[in-house]
Design a protein around this ligand. Structure first.
Ligand code: AMP
Length: 284
């Protein structure tokens, strides 16, 4: 059964009496198969799932798309119901606050911040973004008190930051990273893909194709990374790339001399739409 609640009070009341193990999936809505894959896993691994739909104002910069971010609650609930039908004996509680004041108090001053990780790579381009993410996720964790929480590796840096926050603050929550769900042609699913016009949509394939090419170039061998770094410099002459970074998957360090696995993280920008993607490569 899917139950939708819109206030913090309802969530707190429900949570006090709910003794089941909870798998939690925080999202900003406008759901696609990527989000639903997280819900499926949460339902499979826990007695019930809590799913939040909240466009978090604190993680948008002043010139970003907060106002035009797609809000499609009716369709989202329909997709959640379809997924939940596969688990007829399990409940999904959807927390969809009707107003940001259900999550953020007017008097609030506290910021949850993961230093260093919040200001590199994506954080260098979007100052304050990750603090907005960790602040809301920490608050949602407190409200929901899940046993496990599910995040997509699509936002790889976000996953690493939330895992670090959870570890540092001794939160008793298991953070689970889930594989990137892609369109048939390779583009990573994202609510922002709908901003692309048809020409940009076909141009967008360069992102996943380039990551695949770098993966093949490295072929699991540390000594090939130099080659990939040179190739990267060539690629970056195309101004559409915001960045292409080769980092240690464990902690996003640029020192990859000891890395067992590396992540290649990239953003390709088409118009105002920034497309994020990444790929992991195990090193032999
Ligand atoms: P968002 O609503 O975009 O903030 O995303 C909510 C959650 O869904 C985050 O943990 C994302 O990493 C995850 N997610 C978004 N897109 C995908 C995707 N294509 N595959 C897997 N997870 C995704």
């Amino acid at each position: 059964m899917v139950k939708v609640i819109k206030t913090r009070q309802e969530l707190e009341d429900l949570r006090i009496t709910d003794t089941r193990s909870i798998g939690f999936v925080p999202t900003m809505g406008n759901l696609h198969q990527g989000h639903i894959s997280l819900l499926e896993k949460a339902l499979a691994e826990n007695e019930c799932a809590y799913f939040s739909i909240f466009v978090n104002p604190k993680q948008f910069g002043p010139n970003e798309d907060f106002n035009r971010y797609p809000r499609t609650l009716g369709e989202d609930i329909h997709k959640i119901e379809t997924c939940a039908q596969k688990y007829p004996h399990k409940d999904v509680i959807v927390f969809a606050p009707h107003n940001p004041s259900e999550v953020f108090l007017a008097s609030e001053t506290h910021i949850v911040s993961v230093p260093f990780l919040n200001s590199i790579i994506e954080g260098a381009i979007r100052p304050g973004h990750f603090d907005g993410v960790t602040t809301v996720v920490y608050k949602l964790f407190n409200l929901v008190q899940p046993k496990r929480a599910y995040f997509g590796l699509k936002d790889y840096q976000q996953f690493i930051i939330i895992r670090k926050m959870t570890k540092d603050l001794l939160l008793p929550i298991e953070i689970i990273g889930m594989p990137i769900i892609r369109e048939n042609d390779g583009l990573a699913m994202s609510s922002r893909n709908q901003y692309l016009n048809p020409e940009q949509r076909s141009h967008s394939l360069i992102l996943s194709k380039t990551l695949k090419k770098i993966e093949e170039m490295i072929a699991g061998k540390r000594e090939n990374i130099k080659l990939a770094e040179q190739y990267k410099l060539e690629l970056l002459k195309d101004q559409h790339w915001n960045y292409i970074e080769i980092r240690d998957s464990l902690n996003l360090s640029s020192d990859i001399s000891q890395a067992k696995e590396i992540s290649i993280l990239a953003v390709y920008q088409l118009g105002t739409t920034r497309l994020l993607d990444n790929i992991q490569v195990e090193l032999k």
